[in-house]
Design a protein around this ligand. Structure first.
Ligand code: XMP
Length: 515
């Protein structure tokens, strides 16, 4: 295992993912972890992440200086390298010219860390400080035009540093460098495989749950679906999935979900039709946050009632993922003060997310995984591809894509329009070209003309976007003919709509959803 000490870099998580891509397990932990704690964890290697601070800032985050003497290989990245240099007696100074973006790497020593990294290849830099004098025993492995110490090593204690970011995609030989570190320098074996994870999880679930009953709130998204498959594999009919149909899912989705889980894979699913309840609660409600709150609250209400009816259950299965674990951990640093700060919650409130104070014990078998790893696990245990690679869908569903009051009539309109959007991108073979592609219904009406008659009906917005992770997004540039096809079909086939518009707002400043 490799541990990453997080000094507040936006890339710490990415380093962990890159290492795991080499089939070596890695975890992000606080920079405050002591040398003694690290000795107990006993990792094969330690990576010090980058960070927003300068090592000379007052209160800049430092690591336990005993870390250098543990005998465990260390790789400092950017801030991590500068910290290593400073703490071991070298000098770090504000560079006369900062280096941001791509830089060519010139290699002075092509061994160990830089094996197979090509001379002159591109590495991605982002630093205002530079190491100007190395501590005793260190040597330069590589430089760039602006940075004499771009990669350094002190072989005796296996201490390494790179000023660039090998983890970002723009660093051409970044993966090669990471492989050199984890395999050759740290001696890791490629044991973090999907198969090994599934096997171990099944063993752990069985050991934990024994002959007790487990309840799972199934939404049809990739996380809860993978969880259901994994638990079913481990404990069979001791698992009960509860699928609460709030009435805000896309056309045909509840039926399809039941078909896959219940009929095809014989997983115990209790279908709860709560459509009327949710709709009644939303009557007259137009404020987006109020809608989300009511839906979230009602979900918990229904869940509690139904779990009482179906129970008792001993365990509740939750689809907590590794980024949630990192976010709630003590790992964020204020860029100005270097102090720990309350962590920004990136993930949205998810109606599938239940409060922790329910009377169940938790099983969270996915808590070590990143999203892409969940997909791999899902695939490997037979989850159908239509679920594995499904576009993200918000917990409150279509209710937050109908601006203003949600009514049964508007739900029908939006469901039909949304179906056409997805149907067309599938026909064009473009489903995977978008992060999301959906329709939004506006609460205004405009005038149109159809068959010589005046119409006065709702506009539908098409929202087709590309994104890496949903945190930022760009509006997609699909072929005009595809947009035309969607527009024609929606106006012709969906009663109540006479106009289709295209949203050309990126995120930021827009958000992906309209509410
Ligand atoms: P925004 O609208 O903030 O959305 O740009 C970013 C991503 O999150 C999804 N989203 C949600 N997912 N529960 C969820 O599980 C929610 O309440 C929720 N709201 C937004 C959205 O679809 C996009 O992928």
């Amino acid at each position: 295992m490799i541990v990453i000490l997080d000094f507040g870099s936006q890339y710490s998580e990415l380093i962990a993912r890159r290492i795991r891509e080499t089939e070596v397990y890695s975890e992000v932990i606080s920079y405050r972890t002591s040398a003694e704690q690290l000795r107990q964890i006993n990792p094969h290697g330690i990576i010090l992440s980058g960070g927003p601070n300068s090592v000379y800032d007052e209160g800049a985050p430092l690591c336990d200086p005993e870390i250098w003497n543990l005998g465990i290989p260390v790789l400092g990245v950017c801030y991590g390298m500068q910290l290593m240099v400073k703490q071991l007696g070298g000098t770090v100074e504000r560079a006369t010219r900062g280096e941001y973006g791509k830089a060519s790497l010139f290699i002075d020593d092509p061994t160990d860390l830089l094996t197979n990294v090509e001379e002159g290849s591109t590495m991605w830099m982002s630093h205002g400080d530079s190491c100007t004098q190395l501590p005793d025993g260190f040597k330069i492995l590589a430089h760039t035009d602006n940075t004499p110490c771009a990669a350094i090593a002190q072989h005796q204690q296996k201490l390494f540093g790179v000023q660039f970011h090998p983890e970002v995609i723009h660093s051409q030989y970044g993966t090669a460098l990471i492989r050199n570190f984890v395999y050759h320098i740290c001696g890791c074996e490629p044991t973090w495989t999907t198969e090994a994870f599934v096997e171990e999880s099944i063993r752990e679930i069985r050991a934990k749950v024994g002959d007790k009953r487990v309840l799972l709130a199934l939404s049809g998204g990739v996380d809860s679906s993978t969880l259901a498959f994994l638990l079913h594999e481990a404990i069979g009919d001791q698992l009960t999935c509860m699928f609460i149909d709030q009435g805000f899912m896309r056309k045909g989705e509840p039926e399809r979900l039941m078909e896959i889980f219940d009929q095809q894979f014989h997983i115990n699913v209790e279908y709860v039709n709560a459509r009327d309840r949710f709709l009644a609660k939303l009557e007259g409600v137009t404020d987006p946050e109020e809608k989300r709150r009511i839906i979230g609250h009602e979900f918990i209400q229904v869940f509690e009632e139904e779990s009482n009816r179906l129970g008792p259950f001993d365990y509740l299965a939750q689809g907590t993922l590794y980024p949630d674990v990192i976010e709630s951990a003590d790992t964020n640093v204020d860029p100005k003060t270097g102090e720990r700060v309350a962590v920004k919650i990136k993930s949205h409130h998810n109606v599938g997310g239940l409060p922790k104070n329910l009377r169940f014990k938790l099983v969270e078998p996915l808590r070590k995984l990143f999203k892409d790893e969940v997909r791999k696990v899902g695939r490997s245990i037979g989850l159908p591809e239509e679920i594995v690679s499904r576009h993200p869908f918000p917990g409150p569903g279509l209710a937050i894509r109908i601006l203003g009051e949600v009514t049964a009539e508007k739900l029908n309109i939006l469901r039909d329009a949304d179906f056409i959007v997805r149907d067309e991108i599938k026909k064009w073979g473009m489903y995977h070209d978008f992060w999301q592609a959906f329709a939004v219904l506006l609460p205004v009406r405009s005038v149109g003309v159809m068959g010589d008659k005046r119409t006065y009906a709702f506009p539908v917005v098409l929202r087709l976007i590309t994104s890496e992770d949903g945190m930022t997004a760009d509006w997609a540039r699909p072929p005009y003919d595809l947009l035309e096809q969607m527009s024609t079909r929606i106006v012709n086939e969906v009663k109540g709509v006479n106009r289709v518009v295209y949203d050309i707002t990126s995120k930021p400043p827009g958000t992906i959803e309209w509410e």
